[in-house]
Design a protein around this ligand. Sequence first.
Ligand code: HT9
Ligand code: FE2
Length: 368
Amino acid sequence: MDVSPYDALLFVSFGGPEKTEDVVPFLENVTRGRGIPRERLVEVGHHYFDRGGKSPINDQNRAFLAELRKDLADNGIDLPVYWGNRNWDPYLSDTVAQMRADGIERAAVFATSAYSSYSSCRQYRENLFTACDATGDVTDAPVLDKLRHYYNHPGFVAPVVDGVLASIEDLPEGERDQARILFVTHSIPTSMNDNAGPEGGAYVAQHLDVAGVVAEQVAERRGVTHEWDLVYCSRSGAPHVPWLEPDVNDHLEELAGNGVGAVVMCPVGFVSDHMEVVYDLDTEALATAEKLGIDARRSPTAGEDPRFVAAVRDLLLERAAAERGEAAERATLGSRGPSADRCPVGCCFNQRSQLPTLAGEDSPQYAG
Ligand SMILES: CC1=C(CCC(=O)O)c2cc3nc(cc4[nH]c(cc5[nH]c(cc1n2)c(C)c5CCC(=O)O)c(CCC(=O)O)c4C)C(CCC(=O)O)=C3C
Ligand SMILES: [Fe+2]
C-alpha cells in the first residue's frame, strides 16, 4: 500500500482529565480566554469530580489507536501513528517534538471531530500551528495535512445507523414504530455556525445532511419511516450569547406535550462516548425523558467500530493518492460531497481568535 508522501499519521483529540487533580487545570486549558461563566465551570467540574476526575475520552482514544494500528498493519501499511491532544496529556506540542526528533517529514492528521466549525476544525488547525511553532520553526516541522471531514464517510455513518436500529429494537415492541429519532450534537454559538465552513452555516448543514442519510437508511432497513429532529446539548457561554437550539431537554418537553412516547437519542455529533455523551445524554437527558414519561434510549457512537477504523485508513490512502497527483476515490454519502483537503482561506473564521493555522490553503508549510 502506497502511503507516500506520508511517513506518519498524527491522531489529534480533545483530551480529558484522568484523575481528580487534573480536573481544574484541564478546565483552565479548555476555557483560557473564552469568557465562560464561573458557574458553568463549577457545574462542568462536577461532571468530572462525580466520576473520580476521570473522563472516558483518553481510554476511548487508546482503544481506538490500538485498533487503528492493527488495521493498518493488517493491511500492509507500515506507518507510525502518533497521538496528541489539544487540552491534556499527551499534549500536541510534546507529540510534535517527538515527531521532529524521529525525523518525521510529513504526516496525515486525523482529528476526532467530524464536522466544520471553529471549535471542531479551525481551532484544531490553530493548535497544530502552535505545536509546530512551540517546538522550533514551523517551516521545518513535519508538514501536517489534516484529513477531510468524515461526517459523511460511509464508515462513520454505518455504525451510527446500526446503533440507531439496535436502540429502536431495544424499545418495547408497541412503541418501536412510533419512535422519534433525536440527532444530538454539541451546541455552538449561532455566530460560530454562521462562519462555519467556506460559505458559512456548514456545521448545521452537515449535521442535517448526515441525519437525513441515517434516517433514510433506518427507514429502508425497518420498512418504517421515523420522524427526526436535530437538537443540541452542552450549551455553554454567557446567557446573552445565542447558541444553537433547541436543547435536547427542552425538546423532550415539547415532544412530551405533543404526545410523543418513545425516543432514540443518536449522538451523531460525537465520535465516542465521552463526557458530553455520558453526562449530558445518559445522565441528564435520559432523566428528563423519564420524568416526562418518554421511553428513551441513547444509541452508541461510532467508537472503535471496525468500519470507522477502516475509514481512517481509507481517508489516509485517498489523501496520499491525491497528494501524489493521482485520481483519488472519495467515498461520501448524502448530498454535500467531500469537503476540501485544504481548508480555504478564512474557513471557520472566528473574530475572537485570529491565531495562525496549519493545513489550510494559507498554511506557511504549503508556501512555495
Ligand atoms: C463543537 C464542539 C465539540 C465537538 C467536536 C470535538 O470533539 O472537538 C466539543 C467536544 C468536546 N468538548 C469537551 C469538553 C469541553 N468543552 C467545553 C467548552 C466548549 N465546547 C465547545 C464546542 C465543542 N466541544 C464550545 C464552543 C465550548 C465553549 C468554550 C469555547 O468556545 O471553547 C468545556 C468547558 C466547559 C464548558 O464550557 O462546557 C469542556 C470541559 C470534550 C471532552 C469530553 C470529555 O472529557 O470526555 C469534547 C470531546
Ligand atoms: Fe466542548
